[in-house]
Design a protein around this ligand. Structure first.
Ligand code: GDP
Length: 445
């Protein structure tokens, strides 16, 4: 998702690098290119217009720090405007004062409602709730069955009409399910509803009927992020037809251009609550506008990384690391050692590394990393002299042999570490480069 947009934006920022200040013409040209990039990503025109308007206004104004260079200023503004478009702060689910909390799912057929029902139920259950799934999609012959499968996987009860009981009325089923939830102490009721392939008055009337019968605390509109420009019309129809209180983006794992994701918040005026990123029940998370914006800018999940790092790094180390990351300073083996120690406090090393920009693709290699390996790395670096740690270039053959002896490993291990370190150093440079600093190179994906 968003790959093309990320590439385009990255190219636009590169052009700004090296400029001393932003002229009016620079701002216009940049705004024009960003406008095109957003339109090509299928972002809805009104959303693009508003985005560009704010971007220009802010780039001309003095709202950005004078301490930043022009490329950094534009990245900062685009980042903040992306966060704005995606909804600002993450919003939590609304819970009822008196249980059960009722969550109704609405959306077109194939949007991912039934899958989401299972994901949400699993997620809520893991947080200590006792959800009940309700099969109020009686349109598709297989829908009830599908929800039952999903419910079983999530380990959650499914309320469905008894086959052959003559109960074919989804509104009645939804209504009864609330009674059932009360009797059986279920604190959350998730109602799956029927969709159609397109907007359809009958479907909308049914959704309204279910809504009125269950009086939901949340009406979640599920939208397939792979649909392009149609997303806007669909979102508007559900907003006006049923009224929605939140949005879930599904299929964010796809390789579509992502315009729906960027438009739906502004079009509906309702927050994106969750993101679905695959067919499995675990492929699901709370939606964080700031993280998504960073991802679009190709900064990887640096924010998640920093958030987790905060728990482990003391503030001194943290400042140093941030300065290195943002300042494009030389990253030494000494830093490497320090970070390794701090990172190891945070849990499985492969998880941490996979969140760093450019590392996502290296999952298989990362899986091989184990803690023994890192013991060895630490031993190798500790066998180096301080000068060797800051200037690894001087580590020639005889020094390598000495270090290998000192740390009880082979020369090959030392070579391997130095190669790895060189790559890490390059990556740090690229991350500095993402912030528009000198020596910038396009980040590899
Ligand atoms: P519904 O008609 O709205 O209930 O949609 P379903 O839940 O049946 O989903 C339609 C199809 O999309 C199914 O094949 C799901 O497995 C698939 N699907 C749902 N969510 C995701 C997702 O986040 N990523 C991917 N790749 N597929 C999904």
């Amino acid at each position: 998702m968003f790959d093309t947009l990320s590439d385009r934006l990255s190219g636009i920022f590169t052009k700004l690098r090296g400029k001393g200040r932003l002229t009016e013409a620079d701002i216009d040209a940049t705004a024009r290119e960003i406008r095109l990039a957003l339109l090509e990503a299928d972002v809805a025109l009104p959303v693009v217009k508003a985005f560009i308007h704010r971007l220009k206004e802010r780039a001309r104004g003095s709202s950005v720090s004078q301490a930043l260079n022009p490329a950094q200023q534009v990245i900062k503004i685009v980042h903040e405007e992306l966060i704005h478009v995606l909804g600002g702060e993450a919003r939590r689910l609304n819970f009822a004062k008196q249980p059960p909390t009722v969550i109704m799912l609405a959306g077109l057929q194939g949007a991912g409602k039934t899958t989401l029902a299972g994901k949400l139920a699993r997620w809520l259950k893991a947080q200590g709730s006792q959800p009940l799934l309700v099969a109020a999609d009686l349109q598709r012959p297989n829908a009830v069955n599908q929800l039952q499968v999903v419910g079983q996987r999530a380990g959650v009860e499914v309320y469905a009409p008894e086959p052959g009981n003559g109960v074919g009325d989804p509104i009645a089923v939804a209504k009864e399910s609330i009674e059932h939830a009360r009797r059986h102490m279920r604190d959350i009721v998730i109602v799956d509803t029927a969709g159609r392939l397109g907007i359809d008055a009958e479907m909308m009337a049914q959704a309204v009927g279910i809504r009125d019968a269950v009086d939901p605390d949340e009406i979640i509109f599920v939208i397939d992020a792979m649909v392009g420009q149609d997303a806007v019309a669909t979102a508007e129809a559900f907003r006006d037809g049923v009224g929605i209180t939140g949005v879930v983006l599904s299929k964010l794992d796809g390789d579509a251009r992502g315009g729906a994701a960027l438009s739906v918040r502004e079009v509906t005026g309702q927050p994106i609550l969750f993101a679905s990123t695959g067919e499995k029940l675990e492929d699901f998370d709370v939606f964080h506008p700031d993280r998504m914006a960073s991802r679009i800018l190709g900064m990887g999940d640096v924010l998640t990384l920093i958030e987790q790092a905060e728990a482990a790094f003391d503030s001194d180390q943290k400042e140093k690391m941030t300065a290195k990351l943002l300042g494009g300073e030389q990253f030494t083996l000494e830093d490497f050692l320090e970070q390794l120690a701090a990172v190891r406090k945070m849990g499985p090393i492969s998880n941490m590394l996979s969140m760093m920009p450019g590392m996502g693709q290296m999952k298989d290699q990362l899986a091989e990393l184990d803690d023994k390996h890192f013991d060895r790395v630490e031993a190798i670096i500790r066998s180096m002299t301080p000068t060797e740690r800051t200037t690894p270039k001087i580590i020639n053959g005889s020094r390598r042999a000495r270090i290998a002896r000192g740390s009880g490993v082979t020369v090959m291990d030392v070579n391997q570490l130095l190669n790895r370190f060189e790559n890490a150093q390059k990556m740090m440079k690229q991350m500095g480069g993402m912030m528009g600093l000198p020596g910038r190179r396009k980040a590899t994906k």
